[in-house]
Design a protein around this ligand. Structure first.
Ligand SMILES: Nc1nc2c(ncn2[C@@H]2O[C@H](COP(=O)(O)OP(=O)(O)OP(=O)(O)O)[C@@H](O)[C@H]2O)c(=O)[nH]1
Ligand SMILES: [Mg+2]
Length: 467
């Protein structure tokens, strides 16, 4: 079997010349080695990303490092939900900078038709270039009332405002990808997400566009008729333009903890949390925090494709393990470390952002993050075999991230999913409601016409009776 993966990521101006040269060297080398592996009929995985290139053939791993390229995201939140989550990303980025000295995002923007929602944000810069009001006279700063067609129309008209703000944003040249966030059941965000994704993709074809779509609570589906229709139309269109659509189901957070119902802020923190270690690992500069097998930007970007679920599991280290007199490491301790890692992986699977079957994944990634003394080869190996068992058809990438902290965490990504049940439900419901909505619209028009006919003989108050 020959498995060939080639990802060529071009990058913007300052480093471009070096990179192009390095890439030319790497690709010639890869071509030669691939041809060699092909002629010997051995498995070859060629992986050429931002970071350089790897070729693994018959247990021989040749790694050519060119230049470290960064994930660095521009985060764009649309509508109320998207804006608040972009704000949470901005908060997390601030924390990563303060605590770990790492920049994970270049800038964050909130786009909305609702002035009040924009004013309520905390961390995103408060100037009009970062909190962008769209819709103007059409919506008068009051949202689009969950009609996502209006959201789409307004975004189309004003997409230039978003592009302009992003293009002139701080350190834009360092950005490798966009993350667009929106509630799929709303109006502004739901309609705007595919439009802005398309506009960015057309303008910057070499940068990846990822969309984080938030699925509604079940009670919203029952009470708000447009919910399923908005989700389905938003996701169908977004999927056709974005590099990956990460699904995140609000309902899953209630199932974990009912008290979260009235605590959107807490839910938003949980939605964003799995991205932290992932984004930091590829950006880490401290030598002590670079893992034996780092998850780099290339790994993440190659994993993210199509429908995607993400999960984070944590197992906290007991306080006593911090005692200086803890004693020598022994095999029982190794057993406990492995146990903690397995607990974390179990939690990550249970708490995936949307319910999926890992068997449907075409690509997967797992990353173990923990203080370095908590990591061991047995654990990494064990995690690898669990992943292989769960996602047997997936190309699996993995890595470790030794960092400070009091927990052993596992971040999981299942991507390129061939089936997502929750999505199918939305598509089915929406297909049903599309005809109902059409019928209702037609019925309403017939009734209005009837009333028009009855009132035909009456004078109009717009006419001047003196004439
Ligand atoms: N997780 C999360 N979901 C949210 C948040 N705010 C709203 N939602 C969800 O998003 C959906 C509604 O989308 P909104 O973002 O409120 O709508 P909008 O894009 O502002 O559109 P309009 O208000 O119609 O102009 C619902 O499913 C809500 O449950 C939030 O802060 N966090
Ligand atoms: Mg709104």
């Amino acid at each position: 079997m020959l498995c060939y993966h080639h990802y060529a990521h071009t990058h913007s101006a300052p480093q471009a010349v070096d990179y192009r040269l390095a890439r030319a060297v790497v690709s010639t080398l890869l071509e030669a080695l691939t041809a060699l592996s092909r002629s010997f009929n051995i498995a070859a995985v060629v992986d050429a990303g931002n970071y350089g290139a790897k070729l693994i053939a018959a247990n021989v791993e040749i790694q050519v490092k060119t230049e470290v390229y960064k994930m660095r995201l521009v985060v764009v939140g649309l509508g109320q939900c998207g804006g608040r989550l972009a704000d949470e990303f901005a908060r997390l980025a601030k924390k990563a900078r303060a605590k770990r000295g790492i920049d994970v995002i270049t800038s964050a923007y909130a786009i909305n038709t609702d002035q009040a929602d924009l004013s309520g944000l905390r961390t995103i810069r408060s100037d009009f270039q970062h909190r962008i009001l769209i819709g103007g006279r059409k919506t008068a700063g009051h949202g689009v009332g969950k009609i996502n067609e209006v959201g789409a129309a307004v975004a189309k008209e004003d997409s230039y405002k978003v592009i302009d703000a992003v293009r002139t944003g701080e350190r834009f040249y360092e950005t490798a990808s966009f993350l667009i966030i929106a509630g799929a059941a709303g109006g502004t965000g739901s309609g705007g997400m595919p439009i802005i994704a398309k506009a960015l993709k057309e303008r910057y074809p070499n940068k990846a566009v990822y969309c984080l779509a938030i699925l509604p609570f079940e009670h919203e589906e029952r009470t708000e008729e447009r919910s399923a229709y908005n989700v389905a139309t938003c996701l169908k269109s977004t999927y056709s333009v974005a590099d990956a659509v990460i699904l995140c189901d609000n309902e899953r957070f209630l199932k974990r903890d009912v008290n979260l119902m009235n605590n959107m802020e807490k839910i938003n923190q949980e939605i964003v949390a799995p991205f932290l270690d992932l984004l930091c690992a590829g950006e880490e500069v401290k030598r002590s925090r670079i893992g034996a097998k780092t998850v780099d930007t290339g790994d993440i970007m190659q994993t993210l494709e199509g429908w995607t679920a993400i999960g984070l599991g944590k197992s906290y280290l007991p306080m006593w393990s911090w005692w200086p007199f803890e004693g020598l490491r022994n095999f029982r301790k190794k057993g406990r470390e492995t146990q903690r890692g397995l607990e974390a992986v179990d939690q990550a699977i249970n708490e995936l952002s949307v319910a999926v079957s890992p068997k449907d994944a075409g690509k997967a990634l797992y990353m173990l993050s923990a203080p370095s003394k908590e990591m061991n080869v047995a654990l990494v190996r064990e995690l690898g075999s669990i992943m292989k068992e769960m996602a047997e058809d997936a190309v699996i990438r993995s890595g470790d991230y030794p960092r400070a902290g009091r927990d052993v965490s596992v971040t999981l990504i299942f991507s390129n999913l061939s089936s997502v049940d929750r999505l199918k439900e939305f598509y089915r419901d929406a297909a049903g409601s599309t005809s109902t909505l059409k019928k209702r619209h037609q019925e309403a028009q017939v009734r209005l016409k009837e009333m028009d006919e009855i009132s035909e003989g009456l004078p109009s108050l717009f006419e001047d009776p003196r004439q």
